[in-house]
Design a protein around this ligand. Structure first.
Ligand code: 6GU
Length: 236
């Protein structure tokens, strides 16, 4: 998978993606991340990439010419050209899965008050927001998209089951996890997990997932496939 990032702040990408699983995916050649500096495609001495809004109003707007020129110089035949914007489609695991099936993804990082609408109209195919809050720029959203997509690529995460059983994908949040020691500062690991009774362990995990989802994300439950047993348990 090839990621092409177009940004006014390429230095933001120098360190953050260079650790753990994403870094390993780069090293193994499973993904490739190219970062282009939009400012390299400006034409004045100051490298002006933004300007005042027509119609008046607070906040600068990213000019179309440098973004189009950066895209034309660096991209070719991409399936998805994402524009990061709070006005975009919400990034969900379903959208991440869809993106993971493209051979290449371009991400234009929005900045300032926003981008000239012609970037959305004539260049980006997919405006994406990462959640209902406002960030100062699209660099962190771009990294989040890269991380989430990379994780789904074949062979990137050790066990395919850990990806297939993702909470959110299943509509249920993950059950609690424990490792050694069995007792830590007076807090103990639930007895059932030490019992070796796999059916009991599965039942306990399922119930904890149901409880957590009901408490923190009741909106997800309608997307989960629930058994009659699950429904009885939730009904209390
Ligand atoms: Cl993609 N960009 C900005 N600036 N803020 C956001 C966002 C994106 N998604 C949520 N908030």
């Amino acid at each position: 998978m090839r990621f092409h990032v177009l940004t006014l702040f390429p230095e933001a990408f120098a360190q953050p993606l260079q650790f753990s699983i994403v870094a390993r995916a780069v090293q193994r050649g499973q993904i490739n991340i190219d970062v282009a500096d939009i400012r390299d495609y400006t034409h004045d001495a100051h490298g002006t990439a933004d300007d005042y809004q027509f119609g008046g109003g607070h906040g600068m707007v990213m000019k179309p010419e440098p973004v189009f020129e950066a895209a034309e110089a660096t991209l070719s035949g991409y399936d998805a050209v994402i524009l990061t914007t709070p006005q975009g489609e919400l990034l969900t695991q379903k959208l991440v899965e869809e993106l993971a099936s493209s051979p290449a993804i371009a991400i234009i990082c929005g900045h300032y008050a926003g981008v000239d609408e012609r970037i959305a109209e004539g260049l980006a195919t997919r405006p994406v927001s990462i959640g209902d809050y406002v960030l100062t720029g699209g660099e962190l959203p771009a990294m989040i998209i890269i991380d989430a997509v990379t994780r789904l690529l074949p062979g990137v995460v050790g066990s395919p089951e850990s990806v297939a059983g993702d909470s959110i994908t299943t509509g249920l949040l993950q059950h609690p996890l424990y490792t050694r020691p069995a007792e830590f500062r007076g807090m103990t690991v639930p007895e059932v997990l030490l019992s070796g009774h796999h059916a009991e362990i599965d039942r306990w995990r399922r119930r904890k997932s149901l409880e957590r989802t009901l408490e923190h994300r009741p909106d997800l439950l309608s997307t989960a496939s629930l058994t009659n047993d699950d429904r009885r348990y939730l009904a209390g």
